[in-house]
Design a protein around this ligand. Sequence first.
Ligand SMILES: [Zn+2]
Length: 338
Amino acid sequence: MKQKYIGWVFPLCLALLFSACSARDAGASSSESAPASSSSSQAAQAASSAPETVSAAPETASSDAAQASSAPETAAEPAALPEISLSSNSIDLGEALVLHVAPADGLTVTAQTDLPFQPTFYPDGDGMTALLPISYNLSPGNYSLSIQAGETVSHYTINVTDREFEIQNLTMSEETDAATNTAEANLEWEQKIEPLKLVSDPERYWEGPFMQPVQGTITTEFGCIRYTNDDPVPTRHSGIDIAAATGTPAAAANNGRILFAAFLQLTGNTVVIEHGFGLKSFYYHLDSVSVAEGDMVSTGDEVGKVGSTGYSTGPHLHYSLLVNNVFINPWTAFEQGF
Ligand SMILES: [Zn+2]
């Protein structure tokens, strides 16, 4: 992605500065006013640990992603051996790895990594699957990952690679800022949204690639490094902004359960969908919502209409994709899914 400098652009939102994006990582924007999420970020950090030595043998010392399974030599019964797979062992900032073990009948499957995220395995067909998001605030480099399924263990080295993110200069009107970006508004967001990030339904609702929820002009890209009103400290944009006319239907990007559907001062009319395994879609600034908490939705169902409510400069949809408390690149979900 090329760097672009955008001055006063209308359909943008700064919701992320104070909420989500700044939240979980203290990377580029350490001085942002996002105290709320720091707690969850700390939790994630605390949960991660240095690579541990997994005691069970035999081990498969593998740096290749594709296949790494091994057969316990002592297996006397003709039980199917678990096959451990990893979607890739080289990944860009802002993407997500998929870990899979099958078959996994009755097996305890765990992962240990020095990445600042503790993946959780959930039943998935005849195996188990975990998502491992790579924050755009991570330092590129090598990280370790070990997966244990019963007595089978695979070790990986994950090469996290750098990528270029858009840089944007934004002017925000004092009126909008004063009306929507207050301490009260931020506190409301933190209290109502932050706890939802840790919800993980143990069921895969989503199927196949995600659907881009609205068609329109992309005015801010995922992970954009944004300087607002000459503030020397940039913030990160956790999702994509899609400019579209007020009233345009916004579609469920995939199947899921509505976790939240209500108005918030900061992000306006807001919808959150849990797609299973902690994978979530966030919709901000809707003119109205068309779903209620607890509803099950299918890909393409209308969840609301595009608007400019909350901390927004014009009609657009802000769409973010998240695994627990780490935002990931929506375009990968649209193009290939997980
Ligand atoms: Zn936005």
